[in-house]
Ligand binder design. Sequence first.
Ligand code: SF4
Length: 408
Amino acid sequence: MRPAPPGSAGDVIVVNTCTVTSRADQEARQLIRRLARESPAAKIVVTGCYAQRAPEELRSLPGVSAVLGIAEREEIGERLRGGQEGVAVGPARAKRPLAPSIPLHFGRTRALLKVQDGCDSFCTYCVVPYVRGRARSLPLGDALEQGHRLLDAGFDEIVVTGADLGSYGEDLGQRGLLPRLVKSLLGLGRTHRVRLSSIEPNKIDPEIVTMLGSEARLCRHLHLPLQSGSDTVLRAMKRAYRATDYAALLGRISARGRVGIGADVIVGFPGEGEREFEETMAVVEDLPLAYLHVFRYSTRPGTVAARFPAQVGGPTARERSERLRELGDAKRRAFLRSLVGSRLPVLPESRAVEDGVLARSDLYAPVLLRRERPWRGIVEAQITGVEGDALLGVRTGGPDHADVSTSG
Ligand code: SF4
């Protein structure tokens, strides 16, 4: 079995789905229908979280020959070679050890390293514990071996991910394993950097906060889901912190120096009235956030919140998300403006742009470097301005990495 060459339709199309919102479900169905229209001869195999949650729903879509659960996805090659069709979805909540997975790559410069899966928190709105199973971690040795492979393959940034990354190591009886992992990953080489993906605010290890100011190659970027600025809503969501805890954490992080902090917020959660929403607006307004991801609450079948009364109507939720997005945009613009005049370490993204190079700073803000050609490795850029959602910069130096003259 080989990957089909770019631009040609393969014999088999694998669709990996998400089910975190009803919109993600809808997008997956639309994609499958489009693929079935465009490649009628191909077999479509659907896997991922939506497949785990509602396999029969997906099996009934046109062109779908097989639906595989999360565990079964690991044997996808053997199953396809054996011509197995139909639905194969085992129980999600079984406690399987986490096996090293095939890393997902953002082109040639940044790679994801998944070290944790599942979650035991059961926030009332969230379907993750039902589809990903119990929290489990990749042992440190396996994670480092994967990290080695990514560096050998030429990646300059390792993004450490997990469904509940803050709980990394707990199931192995090893507290404080995430800071150890970060230090060990940084120790695998001298020029790459490490970034952490989303971490629950109540689970962030204080040592990680300390490292943000002292480990130069740990990206000064954290994504910390807030979900609501109202304690009434946070309680109903079964979140294990209050708005003041979150604000205090951001205060401690900001005291380490400049850090790009992003947050998720859900609007329209059942029981969120005008007052609770205004509390969220006020909290977000005061927080030192670099960007905001706003989600409209959508009922996930099987979750506790799906049974809550006082579901918020669509138009109200839409209007709230609009207002919060505007606030998030204003905060993002202010953050970008605050960086003009500074020097930031940047790494080219794989996506080509017409008149230069689009790079990613350690703070996560994108930087456009005009009239530059792609290069390898992390270099320093002087930030000269802001254009749209990106910073403008000029390369000023950094390690002596070879220029990359082709895009191959
Ligand atoms: S901690 Fe995150 S993944 Fe776990 S249930 Fe809550 S929202 Fe979902």
